[in-house]
Design a protein around this ligand. Structure first.
Ligand code: CA
Length: 223
């Protein structure tokens, strides 16, 4: 699932890109209105995170143009202008939600997930026996109890749960778990598989190693 992030502050754009990628989204990040417009015209995004104060245009204007051409992509506006007037104006012009700077990253992630879910474009929750995983919020539960997972453990579980009982090849995991543009080493993948196993095995959920190939999540009734 791909998001467009429009933010002109370099440091903030990097931080937000990193956080959203860590939460499992593909992110295209741009720093001005012109690039944002170009990206929106050619790309298809699950949602847009839009800063209002941009160097070449006002984010609100960008939003207005987007809605005028009938594009209903959900938009989360980031703004330092926390006055009520701006919020009302923004919502009238088609923003779906607001976040006032400064904000905490988990708050941003929660709002993004909620907007995608509300728009009905998010992936379905996955379940595997007593284990449940929400690919959007990256939260896992077993028998209703929350399971603590790191970002990479969550990505690994996501990949395995997308295809239970089927092989997930190691090179695909290297790509999925790696940072943008770089792959994770195969030894590192083994470390994450080991950690995830330790969390799942007490509940009878097993990850089988297929030597030289990859891993598979055993079907709950496979033993
Ligand atoms: Ca700005």
């Amino acid at each position: 699932m791909r998001l467009l992030l429009v933010e002109d502050d370099d440091a903030l754009r990097k931080t937000l890109t990193h956080a959203l990628r860590g939460a499992g989204y593909g992110v295209d990040a741009v720093g001005d209105g012109r690039s944002a417009d170009g990206a929106l015209l050619c790309g298809h995004y699950a949602m847009v995170v839009l800063d209002l104060g941009l160097p070449d245009t006002d984010g609100m204007q960008l939003l207005q143009q987007l809605r005028q051409r009938g594009d209903r992509t959900p938009v989360l506006v980031l703004t330092a202008r926390d006055s009520l007037d701006q919020r009302v104006l923004g919502l009238r012009q088609g923003a779906d939600d607001y976040l006032t700077k400064p904000f905490a990253l988990p708050e941003l992630e929660a709002r993004v997930a909620a907007l995608i879910r509300r728009a009905g474009v998010g992936p379905a929750r996955l379940s595997h026996g007593a284990l449940e995983f929400d690919p959007l919020t990256r939260q896992a539960h077993i028998g209703g109890r929350a399971l603590e997972l790191s970002a990479r453990e969550a990505s690994l579980l996501d990949a395995l749960m997308q295809r239970p009982g089927e092989a997930v090849i190691k090179s695909r995991l290297a790509h999925t778990l790696g940072d943008w543009g770089s792959e994770l080493g195969h030894n590192a993948i083994e470390v994450y598989v080991h950690r995830l196993r330790r969390k799942l095995e007490p509940f009878g959920i097993r990850i089988r190693t297929l030597h030289g190939l990859g891993y598979l999540l055993e079907k709950p009734d496979a033993h």
